[in-house]
Design a protein around this ligand. Structure first.
Ligand code: KG4
Ligand code: ZN
Length: 350
């Protein structure tokens, strides 16, 4: 089955083509990061308008990359939520209408399900079951993944997502947008043990996270340093960044180990934009070697938003016989635990 997929849930316009036999055959992405940089964050209306401008040419380019014509497609998948509603509506309207016009089945995919299953795009995919840590700008959660649509949420953030904490802290430190990667770069030349920032919720049982207090601790420290007459030179700023990053990394790593122990699972999958963080990767890999679990990551470009992960999930669901009615489905909020495994439809032929 050949599936064309569209992702427009936030500030990336992405299109991919996935073949159930050959795997991923093409993927294209246009990032709006430069468009939103001047505003220090994503401006939803500008995001929607830019998706309108970029989507159709990107679909043509992805098909050309794949060496395919439209007639060869068997289905269409699109991100139906969660995300920015205007941005989602662009992708959903184009995908659903395109499928209707071409007489193809369409399926709306959950964006986080895409992130969770992104490692399945790799040549050596992890085997089910695994524990997944999803750390993005909008979400932070731990889930036990038993198979397609079979997820048990083990814990999630009670306030800010890990990426959001990176972005807000970076903004408070005057770093350029997007803040997370910029903070990680600054942290490279800093000392991680100079400031003792809190490791939120580690002293409590359970697998939930809370990151908003950590950002406040950084802001308070910066203020105290300035009031104490300490010049915020580049080294001090790097030390703050590194100490903050260390607090996030240690908190995430400790909860991952807890989740693996609780579920008796030996494979950890890390997905979402913060999964690109090098210190987090190094820490988890070292803990895996020490404690006897394997850590798997999607390749960095599939850690952040992309259509390849939507194409993979869409293809699996369409192959299982799932397809949407003719409505254009876009939902800003869509709880992940409402997802279900597709019911296998047995098609009999005489
Ligand atoms: O998954 P993603 O592309 O978008 C969402 O669906 O949210 O994740 C983006 C988030 C942003 O908050 C960004 O600052 C963060 O991932 N991020 C990083 C790094 N690269 C991206 N955070 C820390 N270190 C990085 N290297
Ligand atoms: Zn995402």
């Amino acid at each position: 089955m050949l599936v064309l997929a569209i992702e427009t849930s936030c500030d990336e316009t992405a299109v991919a083509v996935y073949d159930s036999q050959r795997g991923l055959v093409a993927h294209r992405l246009y990032s709006q990061v430069a468009l939103h940089a001047a505003f220090g964050g994503v401006v939803p209306e500008l995001a929607s308008r830019d998706h309108v401008r970029k989507l159709l040419p990107l679909m043509e380019a992805a098909l050309a990359d794949a060496g395919l014509t439209q007639d060869q497609l068997d289905g269409v998948a699109y991100t139906a939520g969660p995300g920015l509603i205007g941005a989602l509506l662009v992708g959903a309207a184009v995908a659903r209408s395109y499928a209707f016009a071409r007489g193809l089945p369409a399926v709306g995919v959950h964006h986080l399900e895409g992130h969770l299953l992104a490692p399945m795009l790799e040549a050596d995919p992890p085997l089910y079951p695994f524990v997944a840590l999803l750390v993005s700008g909008g979400h932070t959660l731990l889930a036990q993944v038993e198979g397609l649509g079979r997820y048990q949420i083990l814990g999630s953030t009670l306030d800010d997502a890990a990426g959001e904490a990176f972005d807000k802290t970076a903004k408070a430190m005057g770093l350029p947008y997007p803040g997370g990667p910029a903070l990680a770069v600054l942290a490279e030349s800093g000392r991680s043990d100079r400031f003792d920032f809190p490791r939120p919720m580690l002293d409590r049982p359970g697998l939930d996270f809370s990151f908003s207090g950590l950002k406040t601790a950084v802001v308070t420290t910066l203020r105290q340093l300035q009031q104490g007459g300490i010049i915020l030179d580049e080294q001090t700023r790097a030390d703050v960044a590194s100490s903050f990053q260390q607090a996030v990394v240690e908190t995430l790593a400790a909860k991952c180990v807890r989740a693996l122990k609780q579920t008796g699972t030996r494979t950890l999958v890390v997905a979402g934009g913060v999964g690109a963080n090098r210190v987090l990767r190094a820490r988890l890999t070292a803990m895996g070697t020490q404690l006897g679990f394997t850590v798997r990551y999607p390749r960095p470009e599939f850690c952040t938003d992309n259509a390849a992960m939507i194409a993979y999930v869409g293809c699996q669901r369409l192959m299982a016989g799932e397809q949407d009615d003719l409505s254009i489905r876009a939902v800003a909020r869509w709880p992940m635990d409402s997802l279900k495994a597709p019911e296998m439809k047995i098609v009999s032929s005489i």
